[in-house]
Design a protein. Sequence first.
Length: 463
Amino acid sequence: MLKAHSRFFEHLTLVANLMLIAGCWVLAYGIRFHLLRYVGDLPPFSDYALQLLPILVVWGFVFRAFDLYRPSRLSSRVSEWLDVAKASTIGVLVLVAIMTFAFRGYDYSRLVIVIFWATSVAAVAFSRAVFREALRVARRHGYNLRYAVIVGGGEPAAEVLRVLRRRPDVGIHVVGMLSDKSEVPDGIHWLGGIDDVRTILDRHSPDVVFVALPLAEYSRLSAVLSGIGDDAVAIYFAPDVFSLVPGRGGVEEFETVPFIHLRQPPLYGWNRVLKRSFDLVFGSLALVIAAPAMLAIAVVLKMTSPGPVLFRQERMGVDGRRFHMLKFRTMPVDAEAQTGPIWARPDDPRRTRLGSFLRRWSFDELPQFFNVLRGEMSLVGPRPERPSFVEEFRRRVPGYMLRHKMKAGITGWAQINGWRGNTSIEKRIEYDLYYIERWSLGFDLKILLHTLLSVFRINRNAY
């Protein structure tokens, strides 16, 4: 029944898209010759109407060729828009070839073709987005559902279940789980063991099977697929990347071979450009706002303590590169000459009176805006450590060096949650890796806003 509905929606969407394409061709003619300035005799619309049949045939083929009408509940909106744009581009190229070789007696306006291409991409993509949103609303209310079973357990199965619960709009209802009974989360029906997959498929006839085995159970994958056999069900395999590495993963196809990224930089391409632009804009603004306070601190520091105003300390940043982090000096010159690098502690006798005040309110960190503008740091990211401490921590804390895959920050997710100063390194790394795995500009803004709201709150871990 659901498959019949799916085919109906596919055909309905194709017909609607082809009607839009025909309308865009007529609209392009109207824009070029009636809305825009045109000198000379208007070409008759009948000449352009001749192209409607080739257009409908070509676009019908290319839309099918790009598989735009298969069920795609789990695909992204961006990928669909890109597929529409690519299909329409190929359609336009084929149309130009048809005009060139089959309609040599007609001189078609190139501007009409360009307008047609742009409006067709926008109209079809927008109409499909509206249609899919209507389907999502219907699915949230229990209509147009697909029924699924999850085969597996551990973190992969739990993550699949969390995602499906978080996105009811995709319309996938989980009938139950095939797993060890002890691994079934609350609210999910236990259907049996993994070896019962054939019996359960015959009994429930699901539309989708999610295979989400823990890494230790991969020896059973072949038996699971054999149990499913040639049933007409969609099969999704969720690999257990959680057991391999706590970083961001992804899938990429090279030629015909799919590769799974177990670890890749969280910032690359446009994401790197966006974060750097964000740092430059907001870092410059913050430096301008903080300049009067920084000048006042520098003057008082110079008057009350001999030595330089700024303290340069070697820290380890992105990809293990070292740089000199700037701070207002809060201790006498050569304060660590006798002790070597040590953690700051409560009532640290090395602090000056002004230094104690600056640390308590984190004003000593203000010169790091210069590090941000120089590209050595970011506004938000894991706090940089001294190289001597890095060597100690990397031996003691698993995954510690993964925090160096992102540029160090003035503030960070760990810091606003209280894990700064002489606190648990393990918890700090846990929060740093959480931030790296889930980075977004919105997340950065959230951390910065929380930091600003905390400016006038005394930090008990800063001393």
